[in-house]
Design a protein around this ligand. Sequence first.
Ligand code: COA
Length: 137
Amino acid sequence: MEKYTVKYNELTAEEFITLWETVWGAGPSPEQTRLAMENTLFRVSVFDGEKIIAMARMIGDMGLCCYIKDVVVRPEYQGRGIGRMLIEELLKFTGGHGVAGTDVFVELCAMPDKIPFYEKFGFDRNEAQRLKMMYHI
Ligand SMILES: CC(C)(COP(=O)(O)OP(=O)(O)OC[C@H]1O[C@@H](n2cnc3c(N)ncnc32)[C@H](O)[C@@H]1OP(=O)(O)O)[C@@H](O)C(=O)NCCC(=O)NCCS
């Protein structure tokens, strides 16, 4: 991990879209993504030299609830411990900003093949189902 550079709250919309498109196809618009970056609680990005290779972000209210979003490691860098580092950074941030002595609900949504990755950090599924809609602006 030493050879990579980790940045906090510097992830740009352009970097986000670049990385998104390495794993999920066409990314969101720059305008939407810029708004999302501005309103994210905590962003982590990882660079190999000038190249962005990983990102993750935390949204939420810090006091009661946090939500992990957009955990991505560039495919050719997967399996080297970078995903683990991203999750540990998000949890460290949460631990450092909540109310001491209380519990914060940390949530995320994962595809079935990624659930074992998150279980390594103590995440556990419950019976709640994810409901979603695309709301047109
Ligand atoms: C999921 C993802 C972030 C994992 O990142 P990574 O850098 O490959 O993960 P790491 O190398 O840090 O792996 C950490 C541990 O999780 C394990 N792991 C990683 N992916 C796993 C998977 N899909 N299933 C089971 N275990 C997994 C590793 O074996 C490792 O185990 P160990 O610490 O006991 O040796 C990465 O595969 C990715 O970006 N995928 C595409 C985007 C995506 O689907 N993101 C998740 C959205 S929910």
